[in-house]
Design a protein around this ligand. Sequence first.
Ligand code: SF4
Length: 749
Amino acid sequence: MKDRTNLTLSRRSLLKGMAAAGAASILPCRLLTPKEAIAAGFDPNEYQTFRNACPRNCYDTCSIKTYVQDGVIKYIEGAPESTYTKGGLCVKGYSYPRRVYSPDRIKYPMIQDGRRSGKWRRISWDDALDRIAKKILELKETDGNLLGMGLTKYSGNFSITSYGVEGMMSSLGYTTRFVGTPCWPAGIDAQNYDLGDMWCNDPEDMVKSKYIILWGVNPAWCAVHSMKYIQEAKRQGAKVLVIDPIFTQTAAKGDVFWQPKPAGDGALALGMAKHILDKGLVDNDFVNSHAVGFNEFADYLNNNITVEWAAEESGIPAQEIRQIAEEFATADPATIWIGYGMQRHTNGGASVRSIDALVAMTGNVGKEGGGARYGHLQTWGFNYHAMIQSPPEGSVGFSGAAARGEFDFTEGDKSSYSDRTVNINKTAQEILDIKDPSLKLFWVACKNPFAQDFDRPKMERAFDTIDLVVSAEQFFTETVANSDIVLPVTTLFEEWTVNVSYWHYWMGINEQAIKPLHEAKSNLEIAAALSKKLNSLSPGSCTFQEELTTEDWTAKEFNQGIYDYFGIKDWKDLKNGPVKAKLKSSASWSDKKFGTPSGKYEFKSEICAEHGHKALPEFKEGRKAYDKFQLLTPHTQFALHSQFANLDWMKEFNKEPFVYMHPAAAAAKGIKDLDMVRVFNKVGEQKVKVKLTDNVSKDCLIMYEAWYGKNTDFNVQNLVDDESADMGAYKAGAPGAAIHGQFADIEKA
Ligand code: SF4
């Protein structure tokens, strides 16, 4: 190493220091305190390099270049080959080496003597698998099926081969699956009704936009790499409007900020649409040639909507609505990025449809630099080989409606049986309600239900009804505390897989850069080991392929369609760096052939009406307030659910949680800055310090969702119930969650 430079850790040096974390922590488990941080100049030739891809289910799905020396990760950076990642990671990504080598990692299989007792004992893999396998065989014996075994899995590891966890369950027989997604389903359904699919422009083409509305999205924290396109568009003269109930870091970079009432988005969009109609600024070519139902939508606007009404509903002054509507309609191209927060309301799907309509009526759909940007699954055409496993012969399952879910491959299954599917967004209630047979064995992987799901007090009661809870985890989270057996699982650097984004169009391979630490196994290796154990106890009881490496599994996910789409000959080409899809246009729907029944954009959707909603994008009221303040619990810059915030370097800058409150609202309650307060509602309560800020409106409380480590009881799910969003069941298998349709009161503790 040359040119070692001592650093004192300041905000400015944090990223630089984090990148060097591996370089300074020579031994894998050495805990480096921030004061000791050293940035080391380095010669890339001194390292082995590997390709990795962040699987955190974040917009950016970064391609990573990893530098390894003597089997230890020394340095990571964003892949320089990707024009999207462009050599950089976010603050969470840079902290990865701290995660891999954290002394707090779960190192070997453990069993807890009494849930929440903290009395964990180390056991061998053989012992752990023996206990689990015997419980599986017992269920089959007593119930005659395996429906008493449940799986909940989601976004803790969103790589393609992680779907092998679902494959493991299928290889056992028919089980109970928690389906749907808390993330974005109401918006997915809305875009499917309007456009026939969820499909967004390449985010890199935002530089072509002349007008950008960032509606309920905070890329400065949650999609950092997209900010450069927004900034570049601004440099080229684009105007940027940020609409958010919180004055975010993204809002600070915009030209105009609107702070509407939460759930007032639909009214705002319809008010803008009405003014565009009144001023004759509709794109007649688009609505006449490429859309159906516009005349009915125009009638609805004329008969029901005024700008003054929209101002009243949204809290944004009528004159501003008029001005921005005109600017948006006359800019060419103009685009709206629809965030996932705004559809997490009981009227979220209806609001997304109204915003889609605004983009469509101004002719901005199918245009480079335009578009109603929400997400896409265009690059996800893998084989899902790890996921599609056959049940053992003679398996008995649920007899009834076919299983449904985001990735439902059961169509054509000759068996009259299926998995039993229940709503992931009502996990606690479903566990309590499931009967004949009830849930007796629960497998949790790539997920932390106590952080991601809702109504934490009810979740604890629900878990207490289950005989055996098994978690595959990396840290002692609250779900692990509510488990009986925990299995140590690998980080992305310890296994092979492949990742693509639902936002940009790059694909990156994830190579095994280091050997698994401690006794960690990948989810696929756990499945294979469980299969071996089961077949040794009861031959033929599990069909999961037992001898494949994670590299073998990864290779099996590719097909000619993927190769053609990305312009590669072989998946091994990805070892040279990430590749981008060969797009005919950076615009989605550029040929104006939509996926709807009419083949056109549908302002009026019969399918939407058949599903019990309005055929037109009409206004739908948000959830009625049930307490004094609106409560919002978005992601923080420093964490994704329970991931990252517990790491030592993150805690240096984000030590503890707060509830954020407007000073005027606090004064009315006799609350001062940094007071300890009690936030409470019908779900439960949370004690936490308050920070006063006028970044939030007077009628809102903000609590950022994160887990700060094992010695904290902070959990926003103590205050969030499991109310559903209006849409989501059509494409995701279960309605979305009204995560932001929540209310609470606050008082000095
Ligand atoms: S969390 Fe998101 S932005 Fe950060 S490194 Fe991972 S993919 Fe990139």
